[in-house]
Design a protein around this ligand. Structure first.
Ligand code: FES
Length: 164
């Protein structure tokens, strides 16, 4: 009696390690695990603000004598414009009250937001665009050492001037 040989493909030795279905299932499971881990890492960052306003809202700008009369100085780190007129100092935030872009100062002294086109006059009053209000006038004080100090979280009425 002759023995029939089984084809090679049916042998245990030639079975594929993983079928395509197994591979796709594992890939989907690992993708889900990776997405969950990334979402958790993102969620862990949420309660921590990346900027602590209390720590950097006050900034020394320099001695008043360092600014010439009728001069304008921009402080990019504090995002504010400092103006010295005939009667004293005032400061405007350069942060657009619409969605927070940095406004640009134009040739004539007006301000324009590059993001959605809000316009502000030389005093910072809103003249057009989607912003809900004008630029914020920032509080200025003089420190005990005689330095001008701006507090970008303290808004003062427009037209407030610091004599220093
Ligand atoms: S952020 Fe300035 S107009 Fe929208």
């Amino acid at each position: 009696m002759s023995e029939t040989k089984a084809p090679l493909e049916s042998s245990e030795r030639f079975k594929p390690v993983a079928t395509r279905r197994d591979f796709l299932g594992l890939a989907a499971a690992w993708s889900a695990v990776a997405a969950f881990v990334m979402a958790m890492l993102g969620a862990m960052r949420l309660p921590m603000p990346s900027v602590f306003p209390e720590s950097n809202s006050r900034a020394k700008l320099g001695r008043p004598a360092a600014f010439a009369k009728n001069s304008t100085t921009y402080f990019p780190k504090q995002r504010l414009w400092l103006f010295r007129g005939e009667d004293g100092f005032h400061a405007l935030s350069s942060v657009c009250p619409h969605l927070g872009c940095i406004v640009e100062r134009k040739e004539g002294g007006q301000f324009s937001c590059p993001c959605h086109g809000s316009k502000f006059d030389v005093e910072g009053n809103l003249t057009g665009g989607p912003a809900p209000k004008g630029l914020v006038s920032v509080e200025l004080t003089v420190s005990p050492e005689g330095q001008l100090v701006a507090d970008t979280l303290q808004e003062v009425p427009r037209g407030t001037v610091l004599n220093a």
